[in-house]
Ligand binder design. Structure first.
Ligand code: HEM
Length: 409
């Protein structure tokens, strides 16, 4: 383990949690997580609970006495997405979405590969020797893929991209406290609802074969989806599809550039991409925490979380739990037995995991193969505001030249 900064030792869970939410600590929240791991389940001064241990988070994610509804009463939307729903409604919605989503992502690897090649070629010819891995690759790749899959026009990105950022700020515990911020969140929700309703109305007339058309026209044994559920599900997939994978690719690039041995290995061994992306999901996860509430008293780790309590599951600290992972602070690209919590667990396990993995494996392999002598322009890079969906705002990388793809594609 790294040595915890003396300033963090002996601090209360409340102080440590506040520390890791502050933007100035975004580049390295891990010393605070390490200190929090001393108590795998602990209550904070505001009466919410933190689960930090790998085992405890895993147990809570799979406990039927836990609800996925984590919002304050004043934040509740008209209709919840499956992310916040419990069985049986959760399972029904998830089934319908999976039926449409999974077959569409099968066989997408070649297409993702072609998109990555095109993005790298385009940007390096504009600015030879310099790439912003976030703006030039990690963001446009998942946005393009999710737009194509769902049937959302790519050119609308300036509109829904800004809305997605405003909405995901609402996930952030620091930004959901004031009346003003709650109002701002409602406003963003309304704007997204209006945008998606317009899109659905126009789509109805079209004869298309994307996920939106599939859900709308009920081209599955489950029949058409209820219009409000359709809009809410579409919003969830659109946001999940581009506010998370961007961080996986950017955090992975950062890890590679800080670990030149791993970068050199990936350059010549494409099979390393699979375990390496799992290690990025453990070591520096794009989704740092999730939330739940309790439907009953729950005895865990020598304490009792009472019924009606709200819990924050710190996935990122569970991923660094020394009780589960030997040498947890080391980035080991072929770590064995890597049961990380990067995609959550239990019934809400990420639906987009296969897609996100494929995008990150292909993007990181292409960067390793094609950038000659890449180096970070600033370390650490500037970070985005969001503490939950955490990743660099920009990731400028300098390199000597863009190499041709060794596979000759
Ligand atoms: C690196 C990229 C991604 C990461 C790290 C990630 C992470 C997660 C995590 C941690 C959860 C569980 C949340 C919880 O239990 O509260 C989740 C759920 C979910 N993710 Fe992802 N995700 C990623 C990409 C995607 C993509 C590309 C999509 C789809 C387009 C997607 C769709 C979903 C959906 C629909 C759920 C809710 C599942 C349910 O409630 O049953 N995710 N994701």
């Amino acid at each position: 383990m790294t040595t915890v900064a003396p300033a963090l030792q002996q601090r209360s869970a409340t102080d440590l949690f506040a520390h890791l939410l502050r933007h100035e600590n975004r580049a390295d929240p891990y010393p605070a997580y390490e200190e929090l791991l001393r108590q795998p389940v602990v209550q904070m001064d505001d009466r919410t609970w933190l689960a930090t241990g790998h085992r405890e988070i895993g147990l809570l994610l799979r406990d039927p006495r836990i609800s996925a509804d984590r919002l304050n009463p004043q934040q509740q939307p008209i209709r919840k997405s499956l992310l916040m729903e419990d069985p049986p409604r959760h399972d029904q919605l998830r089934h319908v979405v999976t039926q449409q989503f999974i077959p569409r992502i099968m066989g997408m690897r070649d297409h993702i590969d072609a998109l990555v090649t095109a993005l790298l070629d385009a940007h390096t010819s504009e600015r030879p020797g310099q790439l912003d891995v976030v703006g030039d690759l990690a963001y446009p790749l998942p946005v393009t893929v999710i737009c194509e899959l769902l049937g959302v026009p790519r050119e609308d990105e300036p509109l829904f991209g800004a809305l997605a950022r405003r909405l995901t700020r609402g996930l952030d515990p620091v930004s959901t406290q004031s009346e003003q911020e709650i109002h701002e969140l409602q406003q963003a929700r309304t704007e997204l609802a209006e945008y998606l309703e317009g899109l659905i109305a126009r789509h109805d007339a079209d004869d298309r074969d994307d996920l939106l058309a599939g859900l709308l026209h009920g081209r599955s044994p489950d029949g058409p989806m209820d219009p409000i559920d359709l809009r809410v599900t579409l919003g969830l997939l659109l946001i999940a599809g581009h506010e998370t994978t961007v961080n996986l690719i950017a955090n992975g690039t950062l890890a590679l550039l800080r670990h030149p041995d791993a970068l050199a290995r990936l350059r010549t061994d494409p099979d390393l991409a699979t375990p390496l992306v799992e290690e990025v999901l453990r070591y520096d996860p794009p989704v740092q925490m999730s939330g739940r509430s309790t439907l009953a008293d729950i005895d865990i780790a020598g304490t009792t979380i009472p019924k009606g309590a709200r819990i924050r599951l710190l996935l990122a600290s569970g991923n660094r739990d020394p009780r589960r992972f030997p040498d947890p602070d080391r980035f080991l690209p072929d770590r064995a037995d890597n049961a990380h919590l990067g995609f959550g667990g239990g019934i809400h396990y990420c639906i987009g995991a296969t897609l996100a993995r494929a995008e990150a494996q292909i993007a990181l392999t292409a960067l390793a193969r094609r950038l000659d002598s890449p180096r970070l322009v600033s370390d650490p890079p500037p970070y985005r505001e969001n503490a939950i969906l955490r990743g660099p705002e920009r990731l400028p990388v300098a390199f000597d030249r863009l190499l041709p793809d060794p596979r000759g594609v």
